[in-house]
Design a protein around this ligand. Sequence first.
Ligand SMILES: *Cc1c(COP(=O)(O)O)cnc(C)c1O
Length: 353
Amino acid sequence: MSSVLHLARPELLDLVPYSHAEWEPTLERLHANELPWRAPGDNSPAGLNRYPEPQPQRLIDQLADLYDVAPEQVLVGRGSDEAIDLLVRAFCRAQQDQIMVCPPTFGMYEVAARIQGAEVIEVPLDRARGFALDEAAILGSWRPGTKLLFLCSPNNPTGNLLDSAVIERIVARLADEAVVVVDEAYGEFSNAESFSALLENHVNLVVLRTLSKAYALAGARCGVLLADPPVVSLLRRLIPPYAVPSPTLDAALAALEPPHLAMARAKVEGVIAERERVAAALRTSALVAEIWPSSANFLLIRCTDADRAFRAAVERGLLVRDLRRRAALENCLRITIGTAEQNDRLLAALGAA
Ligand SMILES: *Cc1c(COP(=O)(O)O)cnc(C)c1O
């Protein structure tokens, strides 16, 4: 099976990447213009005076285990935000190519495209069918130059899983035409199979994962892109050198130790239980007109009076996400599931039983 590199910006295929200082831990480093001692207060294992390993192999191996793929299919960067940016830069020629998104969805796809000078084709999710994909409209809106299709499942901010059979058909139909990116930032909170299991059969599929949500490491900035090895090696040549800071590496390796993984899974189970409890209680609130089923760690609600609901939360010291100005989300708020105590306070603010 060939790769999708024919869709990439041609001038990048033979780009000579930045040549960073060699990684040779058995020798002493007089080759990278670092200072040989630590800054005051630096208690880190490796020393922050040293540049980190460019793509840290141990972390890549452990992430490959976690997501059940090969290490050659893994790219690590500063959050999936960096992976999104790299994809757009690798595939979209400025003023010529497009990405396709299905709003309402995560805003970074569009922002990354606009920064790169790529046009954004919008094919809205079908709200009447619970924000489902519009397969015919997606395929019908594709045109030569539409290099990337971003699908988010579970989708932010609507919370629903997209139909995996539909996604698979789209991936197959666009096999030579576009890269389909399935963003699974909230996958751990759902009961769906990861699309990473399909990477072997579809070279135009990319899966995004992150340690920001289910592993409680949003501040560490560690995102993961899973793809066909030629795509990963192209992106490895584009990613800024030393893309994984040493504190990020330490935090990620600690989170991936088996006992910590087990704790994270238990916490996720707790979030799911709280999500269902909060959703049930919100149904009793006169301020809430509609609650969409969620496979993530948040709930999308439509309010009878969103302004009052938002202010009532703030009065109890709680900030929720105001989505009222987004198309198809009039009167909607997005509520992240917090601790049981925070959730109780939110329910009280909204007058739920
Ligand atoms: C939170 C989120 C991410 C994660 O971004 P990071 O840069 O990894 O923190 C990715 N995609 C979606 C849809 C998100 O909501």
